[in-house]
Design a protein around this ligand. Structure first.
Ligand code: PEP
Ligand code: MG
Length: 873
């Protein structure tokens, strides 16, 4: 098996085998960019390594060795060579980019001999020593497992004793002394000298990169980003070029467009006389890439034209790493740039306008879940005007966040588990902080630029981040920070504005972002493309309004029970439930009728000509009854009842399995007058609205929890009779549809029979999941996290449809129902209606519509368009 590919043997589309970085380097080489020479060890090799119990095996080692000698031939340099030593970088590169999660070793090939040769060749002893000490530190950290701080302490001590602040102020002699101290640290830890044989260094580094695939932070990152654990990482071995070879050398990172806003302008930073890690680590503050023009016009022009060509070639925004070695430009890496939601949308739309991609491609580029981030809050402008701004850093990742200050990842996680909102405050973040970054509302760092770890990772997560906030003096160990003489302790509240970089004292209320320009255009394209309709689940005029603003084409589920909980009606609802006989119940229902009617009236008014499916009462009745002693006493006195009698009544209504108890259509069968009242309220409200504004309302009444065709037959008749009675009394006649939810497995299996009495089906996938898996919706939280971590179910089946099980029932039901009625309208109104993966499934099965909560409507619109595009491929 071929485990190693030279860069010029690969191509951009070999990502699975060569990893993202390897495939890109090969592609860059193929299109003629100045890329340092090298080769890639495949992801297959990594997987083989794990299969062989973490053993590289002879075959792989021999392929690495022969690729190395080929590299030596091409470069005219030799690893460990006495005349012209080759130095290489060893970098991880998975199929899906995982920035900062795995390990890298630079300057490999350095040893006590080569350092001298390099000093001579570069005529810069300081540079040679600096490279060697960096190498020892990195190799020791990544390969030998000696933590970085051991070396940092030595380095800082020497700087302090020399009275210097910048690394560049240390002389070659200082660095030599540091190297000797570093070697001692290594010896103390591994009881062996620092490895001097470059070939051995190389093999050790490759193995360390393989191992880093399974380090804890990489695993957490994969979990958080839904990346499979068995992809493995490739390893790239590449000739080093040096950005720290004097003042005509430098290194930087650039984005071809603005990764925060999407604006079409080169965005990036560089540092002269530095190595790549210096830019990302945020130890020195870099200059904007535009300043390169002044530094070296020729290099800048070449950089600009190459960068433009790269974007045209890849037809997407690129994130580029470059190095200038003594005035010569090299590209070390290019990859599809991570971006904020706003930037993703703007770039996609602009690229359609620029003729680079089609509308369909633009839509396929949008991960529907990022839309959620667009709808994330910004601070309420009024509250913001009054807020106390304490300082300002870099607006590293947009959004608005408020919460309590914590300084360590584990403290953030613990606080989150206690229900607190938190802000992670650090000097600078590193991949170890990943869990804290995931769990916090926002991140504040004292150091670092726009491409620092904190900034890049936060943008990727769509999380608010203010970086490089130099006024913030953090003492992580004391869990405090100062701004001027203002002290902030763990637990104190602050707010971050990721759009401006401003930091505020206290909590600021936030408001949601409005839709605008690019977003609106993209959504319009999605609407033109998609076949499934998108409705919303809404029970209040406010939710209905929000959903319509987000593009909902109707209400797919109006849960009437939520209307029963409001203060002015709960006493009447209770009166109805506790009625001793039908007269008493009817009496209470007569009082409820005008209130329900007003509910529906307001909803119809809000929806205009858009359809609304109203579901009749569903939950078990005891949910409406009080449980606290004081509330029971109050109700007893209101109902003129003895407390004891009321308590008995309530106890009689308690159920062992309420979710499988007296609820849904079973209420309609046992207390038909409740459903009658609701139907009357619906039809009368619709008639009033039609008379008021001429809306063409077609009633849609939905019966919940049907499992047997007879239930639906009985309740359909009841509903129709109620509607017809109202029509008879007035002059108005409205069209109507009586449909049902499919949420009981028996209903799915007998969908052909049930369809006979239904004008539409709406799959209630919450209950259908509950009943198919036998997982209580209310109790599954106790065991689902373990089920997920053990991959029994990869995702929470209440959020993302269990396509294998519940999906199979849905397929059976749809097929059977359409055998009875080929044009039966079928949709879904469970939580899964807002989940992009589930939406793909519903599209495949042939649903007419999906219905989801208002804030998921835009996600559903994009996901439905993507489903349509995919179905045509
Ligand atoms: C469902 O069961 O999927 C549904 C939409 O109904 P509810 O969540 O109200 O039970
Ligand atoms: Mg349900």
């Amino acid at each position: 098996m071929k485990y190693v590919y030279a860069f010029d043997e690969g191509r951009g589309d070999m990502k699975k085998l060569l990893g993202g970085k390897g495939a890109n380097l090969a592609e860059m080489k193929r299109i003629g960019l100045p890329v340092p020479e090298g080769f890639t060890i495949t992801t297959d090799a990594c997987n083989m390594y794990y299969e062989q119990n973490e053993n590289m095996g002879d075959e792989l080692i021999s392929q690495i060795k022969s690729s190395l000698s080929e590299l030596e031939n091409r470069t005219g340099k030799k690893l460990g060579g006495k005349d012209s030593p080759l130095l290489v970088s060893v970098r991880s590169g998975a199929y899906v980019s995982m920035p900062g999660m795995m390990d890298t070793v630079l300057n490999l090939g350095m040893n006590d001999e080569t350092v001298k040769v390099i000093a001579k060749l570069s005529d810069d002893e300081r540079f040679a020593m600096d490279s060697y000490r960096r190498f020892i530190q990195m190799f020791s950290d990544v390969v030998l497992g000696i933590e970085k701080y051991n070396f940092d302490n030595v380095f800082d001590d020497v700087k302090e004793s020399k009275g210097v602040t910048q690394d560049t102020e240390l002389s070659a002699e200082d660095l030599k002394a540091i190297i000797e101290k570093y070697k001692l640290i290594v010896f103390e830890h591994i009881q062996e000298p620092f490895p001097q044989d470059p070939q051995k260094q190389l093999l050790m580094a490759v193995e360390a990169v393989f191992s880093s695939w399974n380090n804890p932070r990489a695993k957490i990152y994969r979990q958080a980003n839904d990346i499979a654990h068995d992809l493995g990482t490739a390893v790239n071995i590449q000739e080093m070029v040096f950005g720290n070879m004097g003042e005509d050398s430098g290194t930087g990172v650039a984005f071809t467009r603005n990764p925060s806003t999407g604006e079409k302008a080169l965005f990036g930073e560089f540092l002269m006389n530095a190595q790549g890690e210096d830019v990302v680590a945020g130890i020195r503050t870099p200059q904007p890439v535009s300043a390169l023009e002044k530094q070296n016009k020729k290099v800048y022009d070449e950089f600009l034209s190459t960068v433009n060509a790269l974007e045209k070639h890849y037809k997407d925004m690129q994130d580029i790493e470059f190095t200038i070695e003594q005035g010569k430009l090299f590209f070390l890496q290019t990859r599809t740039a991570k971006r904020t939601a706003a930037s993703a949308i703007r770039v996609a739309v602009d690229m359609v306008d620029e003729g680079l991609i089609t509308k369909e491609e633009a839509i396929m580029r949008i991960d529907p879940s990022i839309i959620d981030k667009l709808l994330h809050p910004t601070f309420d402008p009024n509250a913001l005007a009054k807020a106390h701004c304490i300082t300002k850093g870099l607006p590293a990742s947009p959004g608005a966040a408020s919460g309590k200050v914590y300084f360590y990842s584990e403290d953030v996680v613990r606080a989150k588990n206690n229900g607190e909102k938190t802000i992670l405050v650090r000097m600078e973040t590193s991949p170890e902080d990943i869990e804290g970054m995931i769990s916090s509302e926002g991140i504040l760092t004292a150091r670092g630029g726009m491409t620092s770890h904190a900034a890049v990772v936060a943008r990727g997560m769509g999380k608010c981040c203010v970086a490089g906030c130099h006024d913030v003096k953090v003492s992580e160990s004391e869990k405090i920070f100062y701004v001027g003489n203002m002290l902030f302790k763990e637990g104190d509240e602050i707010s971050l504005d990721g759009n401006t970089g401003e930091v505020y004292k206290g909590i600021i209320p936030a408001t949601k972002v409005e839709f605008s320009g690019h977003f609106g255009r993209l959504m319009k394209w999605a609407d033109e493309i998609r076949a499934m309709k998108v409705r919303t689940n809404a029970d209040t005029p406010k939710d209905a309004k929000t959903a319509v603003k987000f593009g909902a084409e109707g209400i797919g589920l109006c849960r009437t029970e939520h209307m029963f909980f409001e203060e002015d009606r709960i006493p009447i609802v209770r009166e109805m439930i506790l009625a001793k006989n039908i007269e008493q119940r009817q009496n209470a229902l007569d009082k409820l009728l005008p209130i329900q009617k007003k509910d529906f009236y307001d909803m119809y008014l809000e929806m205009g000509n858009r359809p609304m499916t109203v579901r009749l009462l569903d939950p078990p009745l005891h949910e409406f009854l009080p449980h606290e002693a004081k509330d029971i006493e109050l109700l007893a006195s209101e109902l003129n009842m003895e407390v004891k009698v009321l308590e008995e009544h309530i106890a009689a209504l308690e159920e062992h399995n309420p979710m499988l108890g007296h609820r849904g259509c079973r209420l309609g069968i046992t207390y038909p007058e409740i459903y009658q009242m609701q139907c009357k309220a619906i039809v009368e409200a619709a008639i009033d609205v039609k008379e008021k504004n001429g809306s063409e309302i077609e009633l849609e009444i939905m019966i919940p929890l049907v499992g047997n065709k007879k239930e639906l037959e009985i309740l359909r008749k009841l509903a129709i009779k109620t509607l017809e009675d109202v029509f008879e009394q007035g002059q108005q006649i409205l069209k109507y549809k009586i449909g049902t939810m499919i949420e009981v497995p028996r209903a799915a299996l007998t969908a052909d029979e049930i369809a006979q009495s239904a004008d539409f089906f709406s799959f209630g996938t919450n209950d259908l999941t509950q009943m198919t898996l036998g997982f209580s919706r209310d109790d599954a939280g106790k065991f689902l996290p373990i089920y997920k971590s053990r991959e029994i179910y990869e995702k929470d089946p209440f959020q993302s449809l269990d396509q294998t099980g519940v999906g199979e029932l849905i397929k059976i039901a749809t097929k059977k129902a359409r055998n009875t009625k080929s044009d039966l309208k079928i949709g879904i109104c469970g939580e899964h209606g807002g989940d992009p993966q589930s939406i793909q499934f519903f599209a495949k099965v042939g649903f007419d519509y999906i219905s989801c909560s208002p804030y998921r409507v835009p996600i559903a619109r994009i996901a439905a368009a993507q489903a349509e595009i995919l179905s045509k491929k």
